[in-house]
Structures are given as C-alpha cells and as structure tokens.
Design a protein around this ligand. Sequence first.
Ligand code: NDP
Length: 283
Amino acid sequence: MITLKGAVVSAKIKEEVTELLRELAGTIPRLAIVRVGERPDDMAYERGALKKMENFGLQAESFSYPADISDEDFQAEFKKINENPGIDGILLLRPLPKQIHERDIERMILPEKDLDGISPENIARVFAGESEGFAPCTAEAVIEVLKANDISLTGKRVAVVGRSMVVGRPLSMLLLKENATVTICHTRTKEIEKTCQNAEILIAAAGQAKMIDPSYVGADAVVIDVGINVDNDGNLCGDVDFESLNGVASMATPVPGGVGAVTTAVLAKHLVMAARKRRGSRA
Ligand code: NDP
C-alpha cells in the first residue's frame, strides 16, 4: 500500500502560492485567525495555520476572545476584523460557544474574505459547481491530494462517510464537479460496509477513531482519511485503521501527516487568491 503524504501535496501548493505571490509585487497578504475560548483542537489548528503561513511567506495574526464573550460583543469585534482593509482573509475557528449565533457570523463575513467557505454565497457556489469563491479548505484539500497524486475522478465510484457542512457535504459536491459518481454515507446508511466496499475511492470524514477497517475497503481502493481523533492511548489518529489496510487498499493517507497538512496549504492559497482579487488583479 502506498502512503499518500500530505507534505508532498503541500509542497506543490507552496509552489503555486509562491508564483501567485510574485504577481503581488511585494505586498504580503494578511490572514486573521479568529478564536473564541481555548479549545485544544482550535489551539492546535491555529498553531498549524500560523506555522504554515510563515512557511509560505504570508502574514497571519490571531484574534482571540474569552469563551464567555457575549454575542453582541463578539459581533462588534468580528465586524471590525471584517471591515479592516489591512486584512485579506479570515479563518473563523468553529464551533463557536453556544451564546454566539454562528449563523449571524456566517451571514456577516464578507464572501471575498471568507477563506473557509462558510458564507451562504460561497456555499451556494460550491453546491452549484461554480469555480468562483472559496470552498471549505478541508474539502478542497481532499481534491488536491487526489489530483496531486494523479488519481482521476471522472466516472469513479466514490463513497464519502460523513455529511457535515464542514466536510462531507461540500466535499461530495466538489467530487461531483470532478465527474465522480458519489455516494454519501452517514449513521443511517444501511449496509454501510458493503456500500463502501463498492467504492474505488473511499473518503472517511466521520470523526470515529479507526472506524474504517478492511471490512469497508474494496480491493485496491484509494482511501483518504479526513478524521482527526484521539485514540484510547491519547494518541492522534484518523477514522481509518491505517495499518490494517496493508494488502487491501492500493493507497491511503496517514494521520497525522495526511489531509491535515494540505488543509492549511489550501488556506494559504485561498489567502493569496483573496489578496489578488482585493488588489484588483486577476484571481
Ligand atoms: P461531524 O461530527 O460534524 O460529522 C460527522 C459525520 O459523520 C456525520 O454526518 C455523521 O452522520 C457521520 N458519522 C459519524 N459516525 C458515523 C458512523 N459510525 N457511520 C457512518 N457515519 C458516521 O464531524 P466533521 O464533519 O466536522 O468532522 C469529521 C472528522 O474530520 C472529524 O474527525 C474532524 O476532527 C475531522 N476534520 C479534519 C479536518 C482536517 O483538516 N483534516 C478539518 C475538519 C474536520 P450523521 O449525519 O448521520 O450524524
């Protein structure tokens, strides 16, 4: 089984970003990472994103607020970031605490600064199969992994496990745009193992540690693991029991070191595209 490493895909995206940056003639795009509270997964994602931006030669700044900030105060703070001309793109770490109306923020964020595809405009574009706008970074990262490894999607049977608005649903639409035949699985799917086994490409985005074992995987399938979980020993792991797929799958992404590394690279690419657009160049 071939291991599809995220770092290789990230390096290819870095080349694209460097080329796009060159055309910006010295102005460095600036990302705002907005975090409420100190959830460990948010903090880890923020650290990874800050490191990636620095590595790609981009600027990033964290805007963090206490977990008990009121809805009104957070909206006022978010408005300032949204309207700040010195900020080219925004990454909002979610889910937000319950007292904050996330829907209001999704509607407020300017689509041209919405790098992670949470605004109604960007979501509609993804579902309409348009190329304009920004898709959620993780969903796009999966497509980047497949493309960078020359895995064609046209006409392929692809099963996606998970139907969240963050990963499963937008990813299914991006796959459809690439002419794949997509089956979306979830907790109510009957005979899910059989459905997944029938797929030539299986994508796991369920958030269930090591759920995908050989009983879900067809011979020589390509398996992409989006999951980020902690196992019983406290170690980071994916939705896929990676080792068990040896001799079954043809290729698979590891966790860590797979899709996660590509997600922040896609974020960087979106940031440069947003900056180019805001400065009036062709995006
Ligand atoms: P959610 O919990 O929002 O959604 C999980 C989805 O998986 C739901 O649609 C659920 O079905 C389905 N599901 C859960 N358990 C099963 C099961 N046993 N069988 C079939 N379907 C199941 O999670 P997210 O979509 O936000 O995230 C999914 C995973 O991806 C998580 O591990 C998360 O940490 C990771 N992630 C990784 C990112 C990255 O950059 N690599 C970024 C974002 C997320 P139902 O709708 O029926 O409840």
